[in-house]
Write a protein that binds this ligand. Structure first.
Ligand SMILES: C[S@@+](CC[C@H](N)C(=O)[O-])C[C@H]1O[C@@H](n2cnc3c(N)ncnc32)[C@H](O)[C@@H]1O
Length: 289
């Protein structure tokens, strides 16, 4: 018995007429081709539980009918892919990245912005925004007057994700206070307004961020290079050729001397390895052209 048949044997009480191995295979292929995400046979139950509400809501009745629907209907395919993303994230995740950004990168970027130069940061695969706001708070520091200064300069953070529901949360910038334990207290005081068990990011910080829906496998409309790119815990869902291509595109999109931060279990491999030097654990600097 192959791994997929075995995974289906373990699915509790789901009729093959409703959800069969061929349906999983079809979803797996669509998600891989569209978003790069690899679904192994062990994810058969996850695919069922995430897509079953969509199968019901569309009136499709069976996964086979739903597969036909997403093959033909772009917006339903998009909904299905969003439902299959993993959006787990938290504030100041892998905090050594923020220590490095704050001490090694921030001073130079603020100096350049103050001199009238453009400074751009990209949080790629930002999920519900905890990473984005951790970057912004790190860049602002705890001095509230700094935000006013930065707001008047050519400084912007672009935050993108493929999952619209995650982007909505990111843009709303409102989080439960029990998710804020890792936020340094001086940054929390400076940039978060707390009320009724929730904290909202201050408007001055929000003004520095643009959120956009973007599939990393598709075209990137950004013409200008970035000084800093965070793409963490996104490539873990991709296969090796996709990771190599993506990290190469990031390297091309970085300004000379710019920094790339990736997740703790991710590596720079393929052609990008010639363009990036490791300057810390999962922190890379683009070599000058
Ligand atoms: C586990 S979260 C990581 C969030 C954050 N970067 C962190 O490290 O905490 C992975 C995010 O990658 C996004 N993602 C997956 N495939 C994507 C793709 N092809 N294009 C853009 N975003 C994608 C998912 O929607 C999800 O929000």
């Amino acid at each position: 018995m192959n791994a997929l048949a075995e995974a289906f044997e373990k699915l509790p009480g789901i009729g093959k007429g409703v959800y069969a191995p061929a349906d999983f295979e079809a979803v797996r292929k669509i998600v891989h081709q569209t978003a790069g995400i690899v679904l192994v046979p062990g994810k058969a139950m996850l695919v069922y539980s995430r897509l079953a509400p969509l199968v019901r809501n569309t009136g499709c009745g069976t996964f086979a009918a739903y597969v036909k629907r997403i093959e033909a209907d772009d917006s339903e395919r998009r909904r299905a892919i969003c439902a299959l993303t993993t959006n787990h994230t938290f504030f100041f995740r892998e905090d050594h990245h923020f220590d490095h950004l704050g001490t090694e990168v921030r001073p130079g970027l603020l100096k350049r912005a103050s001199a009238g130069e453009q400074v751009r940061i990209w949080s790629a695969g930002c999920s519900s925004g905890e990473e984005t706001w951790s970057i912004i708070m790190t860049m602002l520091g705890s001095d509230r007057a700094a935000a006013a200064r930065l707001g008047g300069l050519d400084f912007l953070l672009l935050a993108t994700d493929i999952a619209d529901h995650a982007l909505e949360t990111a843009e709303a910038a409102r989080y439960r206070v029990d998710s804020l334990n890792a936020v340094p207290s001086e940054l929390r005081r400076a940039w978060m307004r707390e009320r009724d068990g929730h904290a909202t990011i201050a408007d001055e910080a929000r003004a520095l961020v643009r959120f956009k829906s973007l599939n990393l496998l598709g075209d990137w409309p950004m013409a200008r290079p970035f000084d800093v790119i965070f793409c963490r815990n996104v490539m873990i869902y991709f296969d090796q050729p996709t990771k190599d291509r993506l990290v190469h595109r990031f390297a091309q999109q970085l300004a000379p001397g710019g920094h790339l931060y990736i997740g703790h279990s991710e590596r720079v491999t393929g052609p990008a390895a010639q363009m990036l030097t490791a300057v810390g654990p999962t922190i890379y600097r683009k070599v000058a052209a």
